[in-house]
Design a protein around this ligand. Structure first.
Ligand SMILES: Cc1cc2nc3c(=O)[nH]c(=O)nc-3n(C[C@H](O)[C@H](O)[C@H](O)COP(=O)(O)OP(=O)(O)OC[C@H]3O[C@@H](n4cnc5c(N)ncnc54)[C@H](O)[C@@H]3O)c2cc1C
Length: 437
């Protein structure tokens, strides 16, 4: 069913066409029996383009594309993209340690462009329900039996931030951070975004390079992402299923404790930064260019006159020791929060909640008081119920397959279970221990 088809009723309407819903759109593409349409408010596809600094790479395996982990023969795979572009041999010979993020972004755009059911430049304004969902956009009104919400995240900064030309989020570095030569820049935030922005700034040719680049992080040091095999098990289906069964408090505690499994800095980025700082300081003699302040909490940011910012940072081990940093420009690399879903307001009172999230069932459908065969699926909106993997690329294909199965009334085969026994299922010998242990 084409996106500009006169048919105004669909089996599934997707709201948002980032990687999460694009995965679903790709899996549905060849299922002609399920009419579907995916709408995105952006004028054309982009994938965090405002933060696509030179040299940025994908933090996961290229096999974690839109479809491969659930349907390796699907024509929307990363491999299909390389092949369709005629560059599959070159890609192999390039021997990338990690796929350039620009290349993966181009792949995602290719997948969006070749799917007529994916439409850009149309914002969903509201979703209501009367036997079917009524989806109102800024252009038309449609109806659907099911809705898949994949609206991703939005940039977040603390209240003290004064966004504008001289203070901006890391997500705008490519547009706002172009003319920083000779200025003092302070990057606040010690995750991958902060690291990439910091590296980009100190890597610039001398005439475009800031005079000083400080990097402040609340974390005790610039910590790496844990990409080791058993930690990566947290990003597989078996663990996601197990996590879903845990008590709410246990889940939250786990997400906080394991944050670095998803939010740490790539080791290659850390190595590059360290080597660059070495060269700048000891070989090129740029003694004052770089200042590193981990283990610091930003207390206040004040305008100091003459267009400069006075940033007060406290040492976490010595909260009484407060230092003042002066900067001309602040880049807030303070992360993202789930995007708002105000368009669900007309039916919000019918949807179950768990804290800030909608409560989902095992198949990512929001629990609600409507008919069981009318569902609102949420993609990348249940990190507290499904674990850290919910918000990155690791499980997008598996999760979308779950949704496809629901739409088609099927149950796809799963891969073998993890080597690790995450479950609480007890064998006979365990039962004895529970009773007598
Ligand atoms: C810089 C950066 C790099 C990342 N790199 C990796 C990585 O290497 N590996 C990894 O696993 N994860 C990575 N992530 C995390 C994650 O994979 C991405 O954030 C991913 O884009 C999430 O996909 P999504 O579809 O859920 O959301 P998004 O990509 O944010 O897409 C949501 C879409 O919904 C649209 N939308 C919102 N509201 C509406 C509306 N009302 N109507 C219509 N459309 C709407 C938006 O325009 C947007 O296009 C990265 C995140 C960032 C910020």
């Amino acid at each position: 069913m084409s996106g500009d088809s006169p048919c105004a009723h669909y089996d599934c309407i997707g709201i948002g066409a980032g990687p999460a819903n694009l995965s679903l759109a790709s899996l549905l593409h060849d299922h002609r029996d399920i009419t579907n349409l995916f709408l995105d408010q952006k004028t054309g596809f982009d994938w965090h383009d405002g933060q696509l600094v030179p040299g940025a790479t994908l933090q996961v395996s290229m096999l974690k594309d839109l479809v491969s982990l659930t349907d390796p023969t699907n024509g929307f795979s990363f491999l299909s993209y390389l092949h369709a572009q005629g560059k599959i041999y070159h890609f192999i010979n390039a021997q990338f340690d990690a796929v350039p993020r620009q290349e993966f972004r181009n792949y995602l755009k290719w997948a969006a462009d070749r799917n007529a059911n994916v439409v850009f430049g149309e914002q969903v304004l509201s979703v209501d329900f009367d036997r079917a969902f009524t989806v109102r956009t800024d252009k038309r009104t449609l109806t659907a039996n099911n809705v898949s919400v994949g609206v991703g995240s939005r940039a977040w900064v603390p209240e003290m931030a004064r966004l504008g030309e001289r203070q901006f989020h890391a997500g705008d570095i490519m547009t706002r951070g172009t003319r920083l030569g000779g200025r003092r820049v302070c990057v606040i935030g010690g995750g991958q975004s902060g690291a990439e922005v910091f590296l980009d700034l100190i890597n610039r040719p001398e005439r475009d390079r800031p005079r000083r680049v400080s990097w402040v992080s609340r974390r005790p040091n610039y910590f790496p992402i844990d990409d080791s095999p058993f930690t990566n098990d947290f990003f597989g289906p078996s663990y996601s299923e197990y996590f879903f069964t845990l008590d709410r408090g246990v889940r939250q505690e786990f997400n906080a404790r394991q944050l670095l499994a998803s939010d740490g800095i790539s080791e290659s980025t850390l190595r590059e930064i360290y080597q660059r700082v070495y060269l700048l300081r000891f070989v090129e003699g740029a003694h004052d260019l770089v200042a590193l302040y981990p283990n610091r909490e930003v207390r206040t940011v004040r305008s100091g006159g003459d267009g400069e910012w006075e940033i007060e940072v406290a040492n976490n081990n010595h909260p009484g020791v407060v230092r003042r940093l002066d900067a001309d420009v602040i880049v807030w690399a303070t992360g993202f929060r789930p995007a708002r879903m105000d368009f669900l307001d007309p039916i919000a009172h019918r949807l179950e909640r768990e804290g800030e999230e909608f409560r989902i069932d095992r198949n990512f459908a929001v629990r609600w008081d409507g008919p069981a065969d009318r569902r609102i699926f949420v993609q990348n909106a249940a990190v507290r119920q499904r674990g850290l993997a919910d918000r990155n690329l690791s499980l997008i294909a598996w999760r979308s397959q779950r949704v496809v199965d629901q739409l088609r009334g099927e149950r796809s085969d799963e891969q073998r279970e993890s080597f690790i026994d995450w479950s609480t299922k007890l064998g006979p010998e365990d039962a004895a221990q529970v009773v007598f242990g």
